[in-house]
Design a protein around this ligand. Structure first.
Ligand code: SF4
Length: 341
């Protein structure tokens, strides 16, 4: 009953925030929604399309279990699901199982994006037995050469990565569990585009892979030329679109700082810190209100994070047709599935 009421409350909260976004209300009354929690920004990969490889300067570290629990306790009223990563591979976190279990037991679904080569037996058990809802596994090439070109030396052994995907499938089956839902993903870019048809043909046939996905390329905050240059297609996002992120969710870095969205790899637009404030204080605070105001006015030239962003998401707002406009004109999500014209 408690879980049922919690779910209704979270759905209601989402509607309150969507209403505020459509009408561009600067101080919405809704509860905070946490989109991502960064368990760590450590990662052995050196992916060519990741700003962590080229430009991240902040210190490396792991989120403490105490901070994680505090976030979940403060987020449960507004958040129905949370991504357990940001700019690192959370499989490296020593308390991964306990953290997944803590969120799951409080009615929050957990999602994770990870590198399959890191799926040791112990980590596979943590994911399945901890109750992870969904995992996205990145296999960015059919061959070791391509995988290494995209994700660096740590991803050079494609056979090992593939074996570990199969071990996860096998353990999930052994435990009689349907979760985590397993998505195998390739990010479409210059180095791997030639292998995508064969990659799809191979993985679509593997029993236990619940979905295969070709993800559209994103350029994050758009400031890194090495990353911009790997994009195959121009962004189709309308540059006049008001980004919905300042109204709909926030991201927490491993050290407790809060940032507006999944593109803020270096914490350049900090909205506050959970070491000093509560989630609710930050959600209703001056910095986030100022960010909403800047987006509302289209005055982003002084906001480094957003000024060059070409991958924002949302829909045309201030429409009397609301909520129809939300469903009929919504833009595809950040890095969502790539669709051939
Ligand atoms: S405009 Fe881009 S960088 Fe800024 S909040 Fe939206 S998605 Fe994030």
């Amino acid at each position: 009953m408690e879980v049922f009421l919690g779910n209704i409350g979270r759905k209601l909260n989402r509607e309150i925030l969507q209403f505020a976004y459509n009408w561009q209300i600067i101080r919405p009354v809704g509860k905070p929604v946490v989109f991502q929690i960064e368990l760590t920004n450590h990662c052995p990969m050196t992916c060519q399309m990741c700003p962590r490889t080229h430009a991240m300067e902040r210190p490396l570290g792991y989120m403490s279990a105490e901070t994680f629990r505090r976030i979940i306790d403060q987020a449960t009223q507004g958040t129905s699901g949370v991504f357990m990563h940001h700019f690192g591979d959370s499989l490296l976190h020593p308390e991964l199982r306990e953290l997944i279990r803590y969120a799951t037991d409080r009615g929050i679904r957990t999602y994770l994006s990870a590198n399959p080569v890191l799926l040791t037996k112990q980590r596979i058990e943590a994911l399945v037995d901890g109750g992870l809802h969904e995992i996205v596994l990145s296999l960015d090439g059919l061959t070791s050469e391509t995988s290494q070109a995209v994700r660096g030396r740590a991803a050079r052994n494609v056979e090992l990565a593939e074996r570990r995907v199969r071990e996860l499938i096998s353990y999930r089956k052994q435990r009689g569990s349907k979760s985590p839902y397993i998505i195998l993903q390739i990010v479409r870019q210059k180095q791997n585009v030639h292998e995508i048809p064969a990659w799809l043909e191979k993985w679509q046939k593997v029993p236990g892979v619940d979905r295969v996905k070709v993800k559209s390329y994103v350029t994050w905050d758009g400031t890194q030329e090495e990353i911009n240059s790997l994009r195959l297609d121009p962004s189709e996002i309308d540059s006049n679109l008001v980004c919905d992120k300042p109204w709909t969710s926030i991201v927490v870095l491993w050290d407790g700082r809060v940032v507006p969205c999944c593109f803020d790899y270096d914490g350049i637009n900090s909205l506050g810190s959970l070491q000093e404030q509560s989630l609710t204080e930050i959600w209703h605070g001056e910095r986030l209100a100022a960010l909403r105001e800047a987006h509302k006015k289209g005055n982003l030239s002084n906001i480094k994070l957003c000024a060059n962003c070409t991958d924002k998401e949302g829909y045309p707002v201030k429409r009397l047709t609301y909520p129809l406009n939300r469903f009929t004109q919504s833009q595809s999500g950040i890095g969502d599935e790539w669709r051939q014209e």
